[in-house]
Design a protein around this ligand. Structure first.
Ligand code: SF4
Length: 133
């Protein structure tokens, strides 16, 4: 079994652990006891919350609505649809008709880029984050 050191994706505490990987599949988690903020401990999310990695319902490609149905699309196609729709909404209803909602599962840098995009490119301060729920 291969041990892969990584950082928990669930919150900003930054706990680290080893993923126990067998034939490319995660079989378990082992807390990191050395030089870690968690000092060998993990909450239930960090210890048991990895099922999504191999879950059959996990989205692996963007989905774009066509004729009322969500269909798989390339990132280029999805970005083109997003840019076109956001541009049209901004033009017709103003920048404050758009809001951005980010995630605690993104890195600080990704969240920074999200708010920068909303403020500088869209032109609104309507920015929030799931950790405030
Ligand atoms: S193990 Fe729990 S406390 Fe630690 S980073 Fe993950 S979610 Fe946060």
């Amino acid at each position: 079994m291969k041990k892969v050191l990584t950082t928990c994706p669930y919150c900003g505490s930054g706990c680290t652990f080893y993923l126990l990987v067998e034939d490319g599949t995660i079989r378990g988690v082992e807390p990191n006891k050395e030089n870690s903020v968690n000092n060998g401990s993990l909450c239930c999310k960090g210890h048991f919350g990895y099922d999504f990695v191999h879950h059959k319902s996990r989205l692996k490609t963007p989905l774009v609505r066509k004729n009322g149905k969500l269909v798989e699309a390339s990132w280029e196609e999805a970005y083109a649809v997003i840019a076109k729709r956001l541009g049209a909404i901004k033009k017709d209803f103003g920048p404050d008709s758009i809001a951005g909602f980010s995630s605690a599962r993104c890195s600080n840098e990704e969240n920074f880029l999200m708010q920068k995009f909303m403020r500088a490119a869209i032109g609104t301060n309507n920015v929030d984050h799931c950790a405030r729920l």
